[in-house]
Design a protein around this ligand. Structure first.
Ligand code: 0X9
Ligand code: ZN
Length: 308
């Protein structure tokens, strides 16, 4: 409803999680998994029917890059779509909700996100202070501990792709990866990092141009998803291995999920647009973007469910 007609602030997103939990107490559980550098609570939603430790997990990470507002908007829209669909007995959604437990992080980088709302719209990184420099922040999508500090990073603390002084230096990245390792290891089947912009569905590797052993599976699922994404509004999403279709960026979440956490289906989804508005996607596009991306994600998860 009104929530997806404009981009929401941190507090409104927190309130949405509370509201969804109140409205669907059997389907939604809000979980705190840490605190940001500036002390904001990091929360996620577990969503599923009869959630239990045996169900395979779909982990969806939103809002790691501060200026990519559509990421958080989509991820919350998707959570709501699952809940409404289940309530309305939609066949596909019922299947997904009964098969999987979704762990949905709407906003992994709340400090940066709030900064883009109050000070500087195009901020990307976290807001941590650096010992060696007066520049702020680390690129959280270069801060994961898999091939950390490799290609596509810069040791200059003022750079947009500064990976930090060491892997997991950022409390947001540390909290998310600890949560996955301590609570979801072995049952996480899918990881999707949601970003913008460019309209890509990317899979590992993002640090080397050698393909993973799972390349064929990753590729065929991405093909299916992007075909589905085109159906509603004819939007074109490009799919492929990160280093082939985009660029090398070591220390990102997708490579860590695949390489360190052994999550077999790991993706980075770059939402709208293709560059006209870029990060400043008009709020009128929140709903159509969320609908088409959700279509693709649902189709892909159904295919994974059948395959497994
Ligand atoms: O550079 C990034 O972190 C992602 N693009 S963005 O414009 N949203 O910043 C792409 C990451 C793709 N994955 C890897 N290269 N591992
Ligand atoms: Zn991003």
């Amino acid at each position: 409803v009104g929530f997806w007609q404009s981009y929401q602030r941190y507090e409104a997103i927190e309130n949405l999680m509370n509201d969804l939990q109140d409205k669907y107490p059997n389907l939604v559980h809000k979980i705190n998994f840490g605190k940001s550098f500036e002390g904001r609570e990091l929360n996620l939603m577990r969503i599923g029917a009869n959630s239990n430790e045996k169900k395979p997990v779909i982990f969806i990470e939103g809002g790691i890059h501060a200026r990519e507002w559509i990421s958080t908007a989509f991820v919350t829209h998707f959570a709501n779509r699952l809940l409404i669909g289940y309530e309305n007995h939609e066949e596909d959604i019922k299947t997904l909700m009964e098969t999987f437990d979704f762990y949905i992080v709407p906003l992994l980088n709340p400090d940066g996100y709030e900064y883009t709302h109050t000070k500087y719209r195009l901020w990307r990184k976290t807001r941590s202070t650096q010992k060696s420099s007066s520049c702020f922040g680390v690129d959280p999508n270069r801060n994961f501990g898999y091939e950390w500090g490799g290609e596509g990073t810069s040791s200059n603390p003022c750079s947009e792709i500064y990976p930090g002084t060491k892997a997991f230096s950022e409390p947001e990245v540390k909290a998310e990866t600890d949560y996955i390792m301590n609570n979801l290891a072995g049952r996480a089947l899918v990881y999707v990092a949601v970003h913008s912009y460019g309209q890509y569905l990317l899979y590992p590797w993002g640090w080397t141009d050698k393909p993973t052993p799972d390349n064929d599976r990753l590729d065929s699922m991405a093909k299916l998803a992007t075909e589905e994404m085109a159906k509603r509004y004819s939007s074109k999403y490009i799919y492929g291995m990160s280093t082939k279709v985009l660029y090398a960026a070591a220390g990102a979440g997708d490579d860590w999920a695949y390489g360190s956490a052994s999550i077999p289906y790991s993706y980075t989804l770059e939402l709208r647009d293709e560059g006209y508005y870029g990060f400043q996607l008009p709020p009128e596009q929140i709903i159509p973007t969320s609908e088409e991306a959700g279509d693709g994600l649902i189709a892909m998860l159904l295919a994974i469910q059948k395959n497994d």
